[in-house]
Design a protein around this ligand. Sequence first.
Ligand SMILES: Nc1nc2c(c(=O)[nH]1)N[C@H]1C(S)=C(S)[C@@H](COP(=O)(O)O)O[C@H]1N2
Ligand SMILES: [Mo]
Length: 348
Amino acid sequence: MLAPVGISLEELQLAARNHGLPLETLRHDVTPIGLHYLLIHFDIPQVDARTWRLAVDGLVERSLSLTLEELKERPARTLAVTLECAGNGRALLSPHIPNQPWLLEAVGTAEWTGTPLAPLLEEAGVQHAAVEVVFTGLDRGVQGDVEHDYARSLPLADALRDEVLLAYAINGQPLPPQHGFPLRLVVPGWYGMTHVKWLRSITAVGKPFDGWQQAVAYRLNEDTPVPRMLPRSLLVPPGIPDFLTRERRLSAGPCLLEGRAWSGHGPIERVEVSVDGGRSWGDATLGEPASEFAWRGWSFRWDATLGEHVLACRATDASGRTQPDEGEWNEGGYCNNAVQRVRVVVTY
Ligand SMILES: Nc1nc2c(c(=O)[nH]1)N[C@H]1C(S)=C(S)[C@@H](COP(=O)(O)O)O[C@H]1N2
Ligand SMILES: [Mo]
């Protein structure tokens, strides 16, 4: 059972708007639209694609104003990318952090289609004085008592990476309103907040962006912004759930445990599984990811014996980063990639 932490009705209101990935759907290589998690800070804008334009401006030689059709006529690329909210795991940190109360379900993998950003910036001619690129959405609201448009920046070098896309489609369909119609930024390897939805402008700037979502939010402390995604692995919950507690029940005998693992710091190189609450670990078999930026499937054979067991999984990436036993608390509740524990009851 989950320990009570006193979630407020306001947090419930947020949780009902911003749903997570039902963990049993980790079985899909590519998450079907509608099962992918959602995080929407303010309201979902309603956009008329006929009048919408993307502005490319700021410290550029030539400002651009592009229609959706013009963006679709540019070279296109489709990339499977795993997105995870930086606040995934927040509700498992103590003391409680009043915010979107994610447990572990703020993740999904989609096939994003769009046009690479770098050639567009080249066409606009980014000036030498530019150090960052600011991406601004059409959504506006109040957070931390400050009214602002949702906006995030990237250092110029990161914005120019090959894999950064301006996406207008997800899983072969036009973006639905909740995922950023008509255009969103996709920055593979970075936590969700970077992938600005409902894009209206891309602005080259000469000093580090100090917008609320950049300078106040998404920091581990004053000096440390949230880094690229830390490694994490999750189990497809085995067996069947209890309706209210979601506790798992399964039958004794051979059981194939399965899950996914990902990291923004290079490929997943190892997933370990424990069936005794983390006292001993064995290596899972790894599958092939749909792309270098997508999660990796894994499986582990277990002969389930009668009684209660706590299952756990732990991923390690090519950089040597691995998952800790306990997450480190920070004010925003970011980057809690502590190992997942799933209690199961094995019956006849
Ligand atoms: N314009 C805008 N972009 C946004 C957000 C937002 O509220 N407004 N939320 C961000 C956050 S915090 C996350 S985790 C991802 C979630 O993307 P998804 O809802 O498509 O899964 O979008 C990001 N992009
Ligand atoms: Mo997020």
